[in-house]
Design a protein around this ligand. Structure first.
Ligand code: BGP
Length: 491
């Protein structure tokens, strides 16, 4: 009964921050790294991937992303590819990790760039220079007793696999991914304990509901098939990882957008439940329970989906269930079957406006209580340890004449969300860690902007690619230091 008496966060709670390779590293063409799909993903186009053709600055073309209006088919200037430089973590990691240590981080979430290890993705032999880079980063983290938390695939794969194999539409990707996972598990088995197989795996299906003009049955067919191959790949990785080091803790990672019914109309209540099933539970159920849920058939039938699923696949899913459940949390949304003028815009189309909530400049609903709600629903369903591996406020910061950055809005957002976690722990949820998103400013995934900032550490770089890349702690840096030092008591 000990768990129910927590007044504060558990001892050994993993406080830290989160990033992704393609949003921080830069150095996209050095030390043998191959191109990744994110290197040709233009600003603001992430969630509309594979919509139109693109052309690289060097003239090569392919199918991928939506481009800025009028630029389709053109050779784009470098500034359209914000990830080419990122914040140049590749050359600044020592300085950055020292700053994380100064804040008192217990953990640091990062991802491995697949094309740094396998430039094309289908090779047998890894690129040694790529492996060496992450060895160095993990060593640096351990110098300060910071536990790495590693996402194996964070929204990217080698461009070669996209162009020559049609990406995750191809079953062969399962084995390429499994080989990649095995390679990094073996290389870092003594340095890394916590692993996540795919970042926000459920967005493959969730983003379809937000697609402008609506998604077709063919879109759903493709998305469910890609997801199936990714679930099998994830399950294989879990088994491979446990065989290499039984102490590995390997998790799923879900985009946790809480949804509520807009009205008490039973149709809205049911629609909301369907939304949870399709967008949240489906991916968690397969990865945590090791089998497809009963409602899967309804989801597939709704879009006339027929999947390539073998008996061997189902056996893999059963054997490869995850050890922990992790998720991102930024906002909630509402669901209604009624027509309403009060729509949420922003860079996602997030259903109807919730009159009880405030929205950020990007129209993301600020809803700390939604985090408590989500944690309790999920823990009740899976009874697995949980980590919040992304949470934060994207905002435009102002640098004062004296060089300081005051960000009370960010402190306030994080504080309210930490209070929500505190409440969930008191209610019995086994929450083991919290890594706030973009602990150092980085390229925003959804917009491609640098100016949508999440960091405790300011990075001098603008949307046009100007700036010195100098790092400066914001007010929130000192606040978070205090939070960690007091183990969440002093907010
Ligand atoms: C999540 C992604 C991250 C991150 C974050 C913030 O969906 O896992 O990569 O970028 O959202 O989103 P954005 O960058 O669009 O503000």
């Amino acid at each position: 009964m000990e768990d129910f008496k927590h007044m504060t966060f558990p001892k050994n709670f993993l406080w830290g921050g989160a990033t992704a390779a393609n949003q921080i590293e830069g150095a996209y063409d050095v030390d043998g790294r191959g191109l990744s799909v994110m290197d040709i993903t233009t600003a603001g186009s992430l969630h509309q991937r594979r919509q139109v053709t693109y052309r690289m600055p060097d003239g090569t073309t392919g199918k991928a992303d939506s481009l800025p209006q009028g630029a389709e088919g053109a050779i784009l200037p470098d500034e359209y590819y914000p990830n080419h430089v990122g914040i140049d973590f590749y050359h600044h990691y020592k300085e950055d990790i020292a700053l994380f240590a100064q804040m008192g981080f217990k953990t640091f979430r990062m991802s491995i760039s697949w094309s740094r290890i396998f430039p094309h993705g289908d090779e047998q032999e890894p690129n040694q220079a790529g492996l060496a880079f992450y060895h160095d980063v993990f060593n640096e983290l351990h110098k300060y007793n910071i536990e790495p938390l590693v996402t194996i695939s964070h929204y990217e794969l080698p461009l070669y696999l996209e162009e020559h194999y049609d990406g995750w539409n191809n079953r062969k990707l399962i084995d390429f991914y499994a080989h990649f996972a095995q390679t990094v598990f073996e290389a870092y088995k003594d340095q890394v304990k916590y692993w996540l197989t795919f970042n926000e795996i459920n967005t493959t299906i969730m983003f379809l509901d937000m697609k402008q003009g609506g998604a077709t049955d063919a879109d759903y067919q493709a998305a469910y098939q890609q997801l199936h191959y990714q679930y099998v790949a994830s399950a294989k990785a879990v088994q491979i990882g446990h065989a290499i080091n039984p102490d590995f803790q390997i998790g799923c990672m879900i985009c946790g957008i809480v949804s509520y019914p807009l009205t008490p109309d039973p149709k809205d209540i049911l629609q909301n439940r369907y939304n949870w099933e399709q967008n949240i539970f489906y991916s968690g159920d397969v990865q945590c329970f090791g089998e497809y849920p009963t409602y899967a058939k309804r989801l597939w039938d709704a879009h006339h989906v027929h999947l390539d699923i073998t008996d061997e696949d189902l056996a893999e899913l059963k054997k490869g269930t995850v050890d922990l459940y992790t998720f991102s949390y930024y906002m909630s949304s509402t669901v209604t079957t009624h027509t309403t003028d009060e729509k949420v815009g922003g860079n996602f189309s997030m259903g109807a406006k919730n009159p009880y909530l405030h929205y950020s400049e990007w129209q993301w609903a600020d809803d700390p209580m939604g985090l408590q709600y989500y944690l309790e629903i999920i823990y009740d369903r899976y009874h697995l340890p949980i980590m919040v591996v992304e949470n934060g406020l994207g905002a435009k910061d102002t640098v004062k004449a004296d060089g300081t950055i005051h960000d009370p809005y960010r402190i306030n957002y994080l504080k309210e969300h930490i209070q929500a976690m505190d409440q969930a722990i008191k209610d019995g949820v086994n929450l083991i860690g919290y890594t706030s998103w973009g602990c150092i400013d980085l390229v925003s995934a959804g917009t491609g902007q640098m100016s949508k900032r999440y960091g405790f550490i300011y990075v001098d770089r603008d949307d046009q690619g100007n700036g010195t890349l100098k790092r400066t702690p914001k007010d929130s840096f000192y606040w978070y230091q205090k939070v960690i030092q007091s183990n969440g008591a002093d907010l």
